[in-house]
Design a protein around this ligand. Structure first.
Ligand SMILES: [Zn+2]
Length: 88
């Protein structure tokens, strides 16, 4: 997991890097500690999916802004953010 201020999002995991490099971007830092934790919890779900299936997208459930602890990347990130913010 590396900080990469060159990406235009909170985080990204790329197939061309084998799903083995998780990049956290500057956008993850704007909202404070809980927002950073959200991105840090979100991206490993993508990496695990890629490592298991050698692809993204086709059958990966991404969740939504409302997802919490449902096995999706959004669910993982929101669960940790909610816990840090005392809502879980
Ligand atoms: Zn995602």
């Amino acid at each position: 997991m590396v900080f990469d201020e060159g990406i235009g999002s909170a985080g990204v995991t790329r197939g061309e890097e084998g799903g083995e490099v998780i990049r956290i971007g500057a956008a993850a830092l704007y909202g404070g500690d809980a927002e950073v934790a959200n991105a840090i919890a979100h991206e490993p779900r993508h990496a695990r999916h890629y490592l298991r299936h050698n692809r993204f997208e086709s059958d990966e459930q991404h969740g939504s802004e409302e997802s919490v602890a449902d096995g999706t990347p959004f669910g993982a990130g929101n669960a940790l953010q909610n816990w840090i913010e005392g809502r879980r």
